[in-house]
Design a protein around this ligand. Structure first.
Ligand code: B12
Ligand code: SF4
Length: 541
């Protein structure tokens, strides 16, 4: 049987695209989500699998194929649904999994033949067997009852051209010990924090087609003993990696040393807010720590912090944006990601905002952290979005980056580079960068260039200088290309409860599920699927 697994594209721009970086490195994209190379690995070998990256590959709608699988976060759902509709219109059955299918399975079923709720490990082979036997169910609930995730083979990277991407995902754990109001992670992976055998993670790293890696884990230090074992096993490995972690790592000097020796380049940390009451309201208790000290400790250990902030919470006002910008400069935070408060399916925040009538989502694409989709008590949508763009431009302005990066160079944070470039690449990319920085125009850009280049030789090598120039240009260009959106058209989305699995029922494993495949009954409520089938029959489609 031939199976095509498609990662849909996202129409808008996003912080992690780092399009300029990929372009300069001669790659087609920064990374590919890990989901489908993983599902491919779970596919029994008798089936042929093709992976399609919708960003730059043709969907091959008219090629012969037996089954299509699509993945997607909520902001990718419109494109995922369009792809599913297009294949089904040609008579090809479609299965969807991933965050949106997991959190809104009954809506997803309006567009596909079957959904996989949660993890594919236990259910995908069974689904394929059922499909071949002509008895595929509508819903497969993927429950992983094995706490050590031993069932997870390395992703099939052999199916994608290695030279297409800059970074490759690696997964070591699933779940998160915390439960923030705006996050759906417990609804996706269940209440338990699970780890993989360290040897399996090492095998996965060895199988990755590059040595620039990103751990997809929500919190790589959720189990400290496991984290220590993993970092010890990676000591001296020729890899450079980033990961997500809670801020308490800033007060674990031994852990930071191990991470550094294991090749850690950056830690992505969700600071979310500078307001204590807002931290409280988000339920992010782990964040009640001294942020500046934590940043100083982590960056002092030679690891960059990518600090993530949420703007547009009820505790924010028009001064919030400047306060965050000041904090970033004062703390010398290397990189910053800004998100506007969103309330996607499966979050407590969605339920609260629905109750208060405050959700204004004009298309799932808006749930990408760059759109104000929750009404604010005092700020308008345009004010929040303008503040968001201003903040990005401010922190990725040339002068602001010059101040931060020269300080972090002096403090030794750049001992490790994100990219290990060959001598030829360093020269080729270096030459392209020199022109892009010194071309006529912005004097601040040239000031930045000279401030970094002047450090060459003083314990700073050419590789590091090229790395800094690359990253700075990519983030600067991203921040300065953000534009106001046109006024939304049409009506906001109605979050229909009958489309979603209620938050409490969704939590996988709580009711003692043991990983068996089971079809769960459809929720009561109006069925567009039936209406569409009737309409299709009437119109002969
Ligand atoms: C890594 C990651 C990213 C990376 C992705 C790149 C990469 N190289 O992987 C980056 C940083 C780009 C990213 C960005 C965003 N992310 Co993100 N991200 C994740 C994260 C932490 C891990 C995903 C992952 O790779 N897991 C490992 C793989 C193997 O697991 P998986 O994807 O769950 O797939 C399994 C199953 O779901 C299933 N499955 C998945 N697809 C399919 C398809 C089929 C056919 C089948 C059968 C099964 C199946 O099988 C797999 C194996 O079990 C998740 C949280 C999480 N732990 O899931 C959030 C998460 C997916 N992200 C989320 C969000 C909101 C975002 C952003 C919008 C954040 C923001 N505000 O900017 C952006 C979107 C950017 C954009 N516009 O493109 C949310 C999605 C919520 C939702 N309702 O969709 C999540 C769940 C985080 C959260 N805590 O809520 N993200
Ligand atoms: S700490 Fe991060 S992953 Fe964990 S619940 Fe909070 S937002 Fe989600």
């Amino acid at each position: 049987m031939k199976i095509k697994l498609i990662t849909p594209r996202f129409g808008g721009r996003h912080f992690w695209d780092l399009a300029g970086l990929a372009e300069l490195l001669g790659r087609r994209a920064n990374n590919l989500q890990l989901a489908l190379p993983t599902v491919a690995a779970l596919t029994p070998p008798e089936h042929e699998v093709v992976l399609v990256d919708d960003r730059f590959e043709d969907l091959g709608l008219d090629e012969p194929v037996d089954l299509v699988g699509v993945t997607g976060m909520t902001c990718y759902a419109p494109r995922a649904f369009a792809i599913a509709d297009a294949f089904r219109a040609r008579g090809v059955p479609v299965v969807m999994g991933g965050p949106h299918a997991t959190l809104a399975p009954y809506e997803t079923l309006e567009h596909v033949d079957a959904v996989v709720i949660g993890e594919a490990e236990n259910v995908w082979p069974q689904l394929l067997e059922d499909f071949e036997a002509g008895r595929m169910k509508e819903v497969y609930r993927g429950v992983d009852a094995r706490s050590d995730l031993t069932c997870r083979p390395p992703p099939r990277w052999g199916l994608v051209p290695a030279t297409d991407y800059v970074f490759f995902g690696v997964e070591a754990t699933r779940g998160c010990p915390f439960d923030c109001s705006f996050c759906s992670i417990k609804q996706i992976y269940g209440p338990a924090y699970r780890t993989r055998p360290v040897d399996d993670v090492l095998a996965e790293i060895a199988a990755a087609p590059g040595n620039q890696l990103f751990f997809t884990d929500d919190n790589l230090i959720g189990n400290k003993r496991f984290a220590k074992d993993l970092f010890t096993a990676l000591d001296g490995a020729d890899i450079s990696w980033g990961c997500q972690m809670s801020i308490n790592v800033g007060f674990m000097p031994d852990m930071l040393q191990r991470m550094k020796r294991a090749g850690c380049f950056f830690i992505f940390v969700g600071f979310e807010t500078l307001d204590d009451d807002a931290v409280e309201a988000m339920g992010k208790k782990v964040n009640r720590l001294d942020y500046r000290q934590a940043i100083a400790n982590i960056q002092g250990a030679g690891i960059h912090v990518v600090g993530s902030f949420i703007v547009g919470t009820d505790h924010d006002d028009p001064t919030t944006f400047a306060r965050i910008a000041d904090f970033v400069q004062l703390s010398r935070l290397s990189f910053v990601m800004v998100n506007i408060l969103n309330s996607p399916p499966g979050t407590r925040l969605l339920a609260d905002m629905e109750e208060q009538g405050r959700n204004r989502v004009y298309g799932y694409e808006e749930l990408d952290g760059a759109h104000a989709t929750v009404t604010h008590p005092t700020m308008s949508r345009d004010e929040i979005e303008a503040g968001f763009r201003w903040l990005y431009r401010e922190v990725y302005g040339w002068d602001a980056m010059r101040e931060r990066f020269t300080a972090s160079l002096a403090e030794g944070t750049w001992q490790q580079n994100s990219m290990t470039l060959s001598a030829r690449e360093t020269v080729r990319i270096g030459a392209a960068l020199v022109w892009s920085y010194l071309r006529p125009g912005d004097p601040a850009r040239r000031r930045f260039f000279w401030a970094i280049v002047r450090r060459l030789g003083r314990r700073v090598n050419l590789d590091t200088v090229v790395n800094i120039l690359l990253m700075a240009r990519a983030f600067h260009d991203f921040a300065h290309a953000l534009e106001p959106r046109p006024a939304p058209a049409g009506d906001p989305i109605v979050f229909r409860p009958e489309y979603m699995v209620p938050v409490d029922e969704q939590v996988i494993g709580r009711d003692g599920d043991t990983g068996v495949v089971r079809a769960i009954p459809r929720m009561p409520g109006p069925s567009d699927r039936t209406a569409r089938a009737t309409r299709d029959r009437a119109t002969g489609r």
